[in-house]
Design a protein around this ligand. Sequence first.
Ligand SMILES: *[C@@H]1O[C@H](CO)[C@@H](O)[C@H](O)[C@H]1NC(C)=O
Ligand SMILES: *[C@@H]1O[C@H](CO)[C@@H](O)[C@H](O)[C@H]1NC(C)=O
Ligand SMILES: *[C@@H]1O[C@H](CO)[C@@H](O)[C@H](O)[C@H]1NC(C)=O
Ligand SMILES: *[C@@H]1O[C@H](CO)[C@@H](O)[C@H](O)[C@H]1NC(C)=O
Length: 297
Amino acid sequence: MSHFYAVALLVFTAGWCPCAADVGDFTSCLQFFYKSWPPKGLAGTQICQRYYNQYRFATLYSRPRRSPWFSAYMYGVPTGKRPTASWKFEPQLAYPGADGNMIPFPPGPLDQNVVDSQAVEPDYINSTYGRGHLNPSLHHNTREDRYSTFTLTNVVPQKKGSNSGPWEVLEWNVNKTLGDYCLGEAYVVTGIIPYQKDDRWLRNRVAVPEYLWSAYCCPKYNNSLPEELKDAFPTYAAIGRNDRTSTEEIVPINQTAKKQFRGYDVRQMPLATLEMYLKDRFSTVVSVFYEQCSGSD
Ligand SMILES: *[C@@H]1O[C@H](CO)[C@@H](O)[C@H](O)[C@H]1NC(C)=O
Ligand SMILES: *[C@@H]1O[C@H](CO)[C@@H](O)[C@H](O)[C@H]1NC(C)=O
Ligand SMILES: *[C@@H]1O[C@H](CO)[C@@H](O)[C@H](O)[C@H]1NC(C)=O
Ligand SMILES: *[C@@H]1O[C@H](CO)[C@@H](O)[C@H](O)[C@H]1NC(C)=O
């Protein structure tokens, strides 16, 4: 047993922690939401994602699905290459009194409470689904912020054709758009839409989403926008397919796209259109940003 894991176990069993509220409410991490206003309409376990004793972003997690509903973060212009970080888990999901910091998976057998409470690395091994970040490491400036995105509570089973195709292109485009034209803070929320019926699962444990969605809010931006970005501020959204066999009502398929990416299209759309689809699919009004990011106080 590694020294690190032994310490982690001690912390679990002793139940010592000054920060037990990290699971259960967003009050310690409201700064990651526009106007400190978390999205309305979705329910789950609220996680203030903590790494090296700092809050990095926020996640609404579904314990029964062992995967997130959404992650919310502030965009930062990236520097350097995509890091290869170790994958981490959330001790507080397994032990209510545990330290609030995410922990790298230890080598060797896993603690059964961890396995029961969340997705673990073996869930994703030998699968046709990869680990799709909701909050991507690309949208962050510092090393620690980038590393902190490698926690399985920020990840959903995502098809490679989406993750290395149109969804990655969306992440690049959002990076360029916000990096070049957003002048103040940019708040991003990225989430999932489940299958309407007959959920699909990884190893009967981790629920697979039918779609991913994303929206940003940048109230202060450069007004001299190029023609193709005229509709991209202050807010914009997108929905991406995670199943090439899904029907085409929400996102049509481009039949001329490269074969490995065909059927994983991303459709960009106004925030109001995204919220219309979310309302339809969740059967309740879902509001992503305070007053639709209208910029009014
Ligand atoms: C993955 O597949 C290989 C080859 O079939 C097998 O040896 C290994 O145990 C599998 N790993 C997991 C985590 O299921
Ligand atoms: C992200 O956006 C910034 C600002 O436009 C740019 O300098 C950088 O090259 C972009 N990174 C990637 C990986 O596209
Ligand atoms: C706004 O964009 C224009 C055109 O790209 C650029 O010349 C100008 O420097 C930008 N202004 C600010 C404040 O970034
Ligand atoms: C469809 O995909 C092709 C090849 O990637 C691209 O050139 C074309 O612009 C796409 N059409 C639409 C409507 O997005």
